[in-house]
Design a binder for this molecule. Structure first.
Ligand code: GDD
Length: 409
């Protein structure tokens, strides 16, 4: 039997995702019309003998109740949300719930970060892991040398794939092979985490014998229950024939900013052509809008037949798109209204916002730049004939004049 754990983090972790994380926990923000966490969950569903999926995080229980019960019904696999009372770090988080995770006596545990976009080649990883042995296998991807320092950089043996060296976000370049935040472990991972935690406790106790002040500083820098998977577990286990790597040549991205969510939405829409073609709009029939490339339209959204939509557009529930509207590379969230002849390009339009007649909401579409994507927060009202370019508009604003390169607070 196999189980999967998806780390969803908590509210403090989503700050770079503002203003979109003001309304919805980042793991539930829609990419290609499905909550972010839905994509790793669907990938887990494709693993044979997977019996249980756990989401671990420190968001309020109620934020996930609805999603977890609907996805369990839909996929016919139990999905449970396990809430930490406070952050314990990526390894501390799973260690905290080891009894629940081991409930079904799984032979292997998949561990996935929620904020990565990938084809999640989990079955291939499992096969590779079984051939290597050891306690875990890490999914690895090649990135540009300039961006590598944003990730865990690693070096693996080219023939055996053993992890030889691991450094988390190093200041000087180590390698363009990085940790994708997707792992498979045997239950021995809990032993490895336990060793780190008891080591720390011993050290703290030793210091207590020597001086009370030292104890205070020791417990401040090493709280025994906060354990990071990367620095505290992967680094020390590298080069000990315990960890191995599996490199993917398929797409992989990290989703830390709203701009990246637009890019990842495109990647997932493209993947739907193979995995879920029924989710893509076809534009067949005389009564439907013109569809170009990969587009998702929620069944409850109303799109006028004279609108032209795509590529890379996803339109969420109850949105209304008027006559002559043109949408290119954008995420339109629930209950948005876009009036006649408006144009939206390279932008994210927040819940309940409205865009007036002949208005333009657009950006250069630079996913990594601060104002590279235009974002309207919740309930922003862009009046008729207003142009919004490369800007971020916080919730509940009304724009009656055009803006460019601005953050409207
Ligand atoms: N439940 C829970 N509790 N989740 C957590 C906690 C915690 O205390 N801390 C982090 N997470 C979750 C985050 O929500 C995220 O999904 C994942 O664990 C990793 O988050 P971070 O520890 O903040 O690391 P990171 O995202 O900056 O980098 C990690 O992922 C990269 C790939 O995206 C590292 O493992 C890098 O090496 C890796 O390249």
């Amino acid at each position: 039997k196999l189980v999967a754990v998806i780390m969803v983090g908590g509210p403090t972790k989503g700050t770079r995702f503002r203003p979109l994380s003001l309304n919805v926990p980042k793991p539930l923000f829609p990419l290609a019309g499905q909550p972010m966490v839905h994509h790793p969950i669907s990938a887990c569903k494709r693993i044979p003998n997977l019996v249980q999926i756990y989401l671990i995080g420190f968001y309020e229980e109620r934020e996930f109740t609805l999603y977890v019960s609907s996805i369990s019904n839909e996929l016919k696999i139990p999905v449970r949300y396990l809430r930490e009372d406070k952050p314990h770090g990526s390894a501390g988080g799973i260690y905290n719930f080891r009894d629940q995770i081991m409930d079904e006596s799984p032979s292997h545990i998949f561990l996935l970060n929620c904020d990565v976009c990938s084809s999640f080649p989990l079955t291939e990883m499992l096969d590779a892991h079984k051939s290597y042995g050891g306690i875990g296998t890490i999914l690895v991807s090649k990135v540009s040398a300039e961006s590598a320092s944003e990730f865990g950089e690693l070096v693996a043996d080219p023939t055996t794939n053993e992890l030889l060296h691991y450094t988390e976000k190093p200041e000087t370049f180590v390698s363009d092979r990085i940790n994708c935040g997707v792992y498979i472990f045997t239950p021995d991972i809990f032993k490895a985490i336990q060793d780190v935690s008891s080591n720390r406790r011993d050290r703290a106790n030793l210091r207590r014998v020597s001086s009370f002040e030292a104890l205070q500083s020791a417990t401040k820098s090493f709280p025994t229950d906060f354990i990071r998977l990367d620095q505290d577990i992967l680094s020390p286990l590298a080069g000990k024939k315990q960890l191995y790597t599996y490199e993917t040549l398929d797409f992989w991205e990290q989703i830390k900013t709203p701009g990246m969510s637009l890019k990842c939405s495109a990647l997932y829409l493209a993947q739907f052509r193979h995995t879920s073609p029924h989710l893509l709009a076809t534009g067949d029939g005389t009564k439907s809008a013109t569809i170009i490339g990969d587009v998702y339209i929620h069944p409850s959204a109303k799109v006028h037949p004279t609108a032209k939509i795509g590529p890379n557009v996803s339109i969420s529930a109850n949105a209304r798109v008027g006559p002559g509207v043109r949408l290119i590379s954008c995420i339109i969230l629930d209950d948005v209204e876009i009036k006649e002849n408006a144009i939206v390009i390279n932008s994210i339009v927040g819940w309940k916002s409205s865009i007036g007649r002949w208005s333009r909401v657009q950006s250069v579409g630079d996913y990594n730049a601060k104002l590279g994507i235009t974002i309207l927060g919740e309930a922003v009202n862009v009046e008729d004939e207003v142009v919004v370019i490369n800007s971020i508009i916080l919730p509940n604003k009304t724009l009656n004049v055009s803006v460019q390169e601005e953050i409207i607070l």
